[in-house]
Write a protein that binds this ligand. Structure first.
Ligand code: PBG
Length: 324
């Protein structure tokens, strides 16, 4: 076969040439590292279904955030486990709430770090749903005011980006309006625009203690079978003023991520969720696959599909692997 003109293998002969022609490169700047803030002091409680991820008290988060920044991580996102939960999620918008305190502590400990806050009610409601309940249903419009209040309190604490994840219709618009009315027009919104009702959130619900007490989230999160609907959801958030559109989960929705990337001109984020992390961890612990290799391959696939921003519990390990 001496007459073969095109030989793709020429560009694969060694690492130098492979890296020269590589189309997708991961960088520390791509990642957003999640933190789970919990009450107390000196608390580091590992999540059993997420090895390497902890519930951290505010003082510990400040230390971890500074260390992550030192390592090269540029952004973090905060979730909160409040001291008490109630029907109205009052812990979500308390100016001294767990996330609001964590924001202030991180700002002190690592002033250069970009701080994002998850804006949702499920961690703060006694019933574990992302909105208010009336007659056994999660009601939309009453929930908007609470979400807007939560976003404003997070901005007041110093969050740079708020990330509404409740999947209530109109939440981005309600939050944008409330932020602007309070003088936070510079605070950006990263919308969990395309969020599926997914079994891959299981370990997160252990980490955030946010499992719904009854029913599930299918009446507000998207049906896994729907792709065209993703464009409609993303478009609504775009029109309502989302600065960044997110697709979640990431890996089993790469087709959706690619579509959203192609349709919209704003930055697109993807959330490599808890179950996606846990699966790799578990298989690696059994010695069934090479964790570092699978981690980097997974994160590369998310970026290749179109993500500009990747939220992942692997952020630190990925940055370390990229450095070595
Ligand atoms: C809050 C929220 C969830 C996740 C992010 N924000 C859980 C849910 O919707 O049940 C999941 C993140 C993960 O699984 O890593 N609504």
């Amino acid at each position: 076969m001496a007459d073969l003109i095109h030989r793709p293998r020429r560009l694969r002969r060694n690492e130098a040439i492979r890296s020269l022609v590589r189309e997708t490169r991961l960088a520390a700047e791509d990642f957003v590292l999640p933190f789970f803030a919990c009450p107390g002091e000196g608390v580091r409680k590992e999540i059993s279904s997420m090895p390497g991820v902890h519930n951290l008290s505010v003082d510990e988060i400040a230390k971890e955030a500074a260390a992550a920044y030192e390592l090269g991580i540029k952004s973090v996102i905060l979730f909160g486990l409040p001291e008490a939960k109630d029907e109205h999620a009052s812990g979500a918008f308390d100016e001294n709430g767990i996330v609001q305190r964590a924001v202030r502590a991180i700002r002190q400990a690592a002033p250069g770090l970009l701080i994002m806050t998850d804006t949702c009610l499920c961690e703060y409601t006694s019933h574990g749903h992302c909105g208010m309940i009336r007659d056994g249903e999660v009601v939309n419009d009453e929930s908007l005011a609470l979400l807007a209040r939560t976003a404003v309190s997070q901005a007041a604490a110093g969050a740079d980006v708020v990330a509404p994840s409740a999947m209530m219709d109109g939440q981005v618009g309600a939050i944008r309006e409330a932020l602007d009315a309070e003088g936070f027009e510079q605070v950006a919104i990263m919308a969990y625009a395309v969020k599926y009702a997914s079994g891959f959130y299981g370990p997160f619900r252990e980490a955030a203690d946010s499992s719904p007490a009854f029913g599930d989230r299918r009446a507000y999160q998207m049906d896994a079978a729907n792709a065209r609907e993703a464009i409609r959801e993303a478009e609504l958030d775009y029109i309502e003023g989302a600065d960044i559109l997110m697709v979640k989960p990431a890996v089993v929705y790469l087709d959706i991520l690619k579509m959203v990337r192609e349709e919209f001109d704003v930055p697109v984020a993807a959330y490599h969720v808890s179950g996606e992390y846990a699966m790799i961890k578990a298989a690696a612990q059994k010695g069934w696959l090479d964790e570092e290799r699978v981690m980097l391959e997974t994160l590369t696939s998310i970026k290749r599909a179109g993500a500009d921003i990747i939220l992942t519990y692997y952020a630190r390990e990925a940055v370390r692997a990229l450095k070595s």
